[in-house]
Design a protein around this ligand. Structure first.
Ligand SMILES: [Zn+2]
Length: 229
């Protein structure tokens, strides 16, 4: 146990040491001190603002982001990801705005393809902050990807403006009802992320008190994942 906590502390220290020097020099500590932003250049204040706003939005839906969290804007993201939350390091990585802009203009029919790049950036930040809030999610299996992504995607969508959410509402309205938990499985997430997103948004929307469900998930009372057989 003692050994483990030492390892955790070492990893946390490693975060600062491992960041390239140029990024460390650019670090901006956000008002309140809960977030630090790396690599965002002139957009650092805007990223701080987005992080603080998203934290309030998530708290209004029973999700509490533990701070401190470092937010790094970088072109070197592992895999084909648009955003990542590194739970061991309390680090969120996002791509620069212009990369999202290229993605969005190349995929206008994708679920978020209609968003302005900055709105998309902020929505991914909210998605990753939702993962951060679920960091200690009790999961009886090796991982609970369906439950994690259900919360992250629905929070990404829920706090868009009405106009920005409208196309996603439309996709959700076309999902066959009632939506069951089968539509929010790790298999659907893997085979058809777009269907998973529509099902998740529709499923949360059909709840009498959506944030009540989110709170129950955060407490570990509800999970969508099943053991692999
Ligand atoms: Zn995610």
């Amino acid at each position: 146990m003692k050994q483990r906590s030492t390892v955790a502390r070492a990893a946390a220290i490693c975060l600062g040491l491992c960041l390239p020097q140029a990024l460390v020099a650019e670090a901006v500590i956000c008002p309140g001190g809960g977030f630090s932003v790396y690599g965002a250049g002139h957009r650092a204040d805007a990223v701080c603002q987005a992080a603080l706003e998203a934290t309030e939005q998530l708290a209004s839906c029973n999700l509490y982001v533990p701070t401190p969290v470092a937010i790094e804007v970088t072109r070197s993201m592992p895999g084909n990801c648009y955003g990542l939350y590194h739970c061991d390091e309390d680090l969120i990585q996002l791509l620069p705005l212009e990369v999202y802009e290229t993605h969005l203009s190349g995929a206008p029919d994708s679920p978020f393809g209609h968003l302005e790049p900055e709105v998309f950036f902020n929505s991914i930040l909210r998605h990753e902050l939702a993962h951060a809030a679920l960091g200690t999610l009790p999961c009886p299996y090796e991982g609970c990807p369906a439950t994690q992504e259900f919360v992250a995607y629905t929070m990404q969508i829920r706090f868009l403006s009405d106009a920005d959410r409208a196309p996603l509402d439309q996709r959700a309205a076309e999902v066959e009802r009632p939506i069951t938990r089968d539509g929010i499985s790790a298999v659907v997430l893997m085979l058809s992320p777009e269907a998973f997103i529509a099902n998740a948004h529709a499923y949360l929307s059909q709840q009498e008190d959506p944030c009540d469900l989110i709170g129950a998930i955060a407490r570990g009372d509800v999970i969508f994942d099943l053991p692999f057989r």
